[in-house]
Design a protein around this ligand. Structure first.
Ligand SMILES: NC(=O)C1=CN([C@@H]2O[C@H](COP(=O)(O)OP(=O)(O)OC[C@H]3O[C@@H](n4cnc5c(N)ncnc54)[C@H](O)[C@@H]3O)[C@@H](O)[C@H]2O)C=CC1
Ligand SMILES: Cc1cc2nc3c(=O)[nH]c(=O)nc-3n(C[C@H](O)[C@H](O)[C@H](O)COP(=O)(O)O)c2cc1C
Length: 185
């Protein structure tokens, strides 16, 4: 099926067939709909020649396990964008129950030192800050990036992992945080 799509005679430069006309959906409709798609909350950090930076992200998912790769979507207008672009490394810190305030700090317009002062961090292979009590952390190098609308999609190869001890997770759904616990036995 993919081959058939790729060889479509009228395909666009991405190798995909010409789709329907551009969307006329209002942005607010799309955001209200996306608010219904629950997602894990993550703090993405970096450090290197362009300095230390971090932001909250829900647009994160697994791409492939060979090589172990995640993707992270970052708005190019974010203050942290130049640091991520220049450093070329990052750490995906998956938040756990109790991290709501930390998530809000890294998602706001808070100065960078204040964001990092609210957590405890260590470092593994890339030097990107790893949150000590994260549910899990993926230390990554950015191997590829592509632009889509307002965002860059960063493809990140995991070079080290730290599994945390948290037993309750954190989900962002309907513009609110929800703690998730294991069901009772
Ligand atoms: N992917 C992103 O860039 C996201 C950005 N945010 C930002 O955090 C703030 C609070 O967001 P919410 O409380 O969830 O209310 P909201 O109404 O701004 O967003 C609702 C949902 O729409 C999506 N969304 C929001 N802004 C987006 C963007 N610029 N690009 C792609 N998808 C986007 C997300 O799934 C989000 O949970 C806003 O400033 C929002 O832009 C929040 C979630 C994801
Ligand atoms: C729950 C939540 C999820 C977010 N997800 C993303 C995301 O996936 N990608 C993104 O670029 N920004 C996302 N944001 C917004 C950034 O965290 C915010 O713009 C970032 O802190 C940059 O802000 P700054 O320009 O003050 O540095 C999210 C914010 C919140 C509160």
């Amino acid at each position: 099926m993919l081959n058939a799509m790729a060889s479509h005679p009228a395909s666009n430069p991405n190798g995909l067939p010409p789709g329907a006309p551009s969307s006329s959906l209002p942005k607010s409709d799309y955001r209200n709909a996306m608010a219904r798609l629950g997602a894990a909350v993550n703090i993405i950090t970096t450090d290197g020649p362009a300095g230390r930076a971090g932001f909250t992200a829900s647009a994160v998912c697994s791409v492939t396990d060979e090589p172990p790769t995640l993707l992270v979507c970052l708005n190019r207008s974010a203050s942290v964008y130049p640091a991520f672009k220049a450093n070329g490394v990052l750490c995906v810190n998956v938040l756990a129950a109790g991290h709501q305030a930390l998530s809000a700090l890294f998602g706001g317009k808070t100065p960078m030192d204040e964001r990092f002062a609210a957590g405890r961090w260590s470092r593994k292979t890339t030097g990107s800050p790893m949150l000590d009590d994260a549910a899990v952390s993926f230390d990554c190098r950015v191997v590829h990036a592509t632009s889509a609308g307002t965002h860059d999609v960063l493809f990140c190869e995991a070079v080290a992992i730290a599994i945390g001890g948290a037993t309750e997770g954190l989900i962002y759904f309907d513009r609110r945080y929800h703690e998730i616990a294991a069901p009772p036995h």
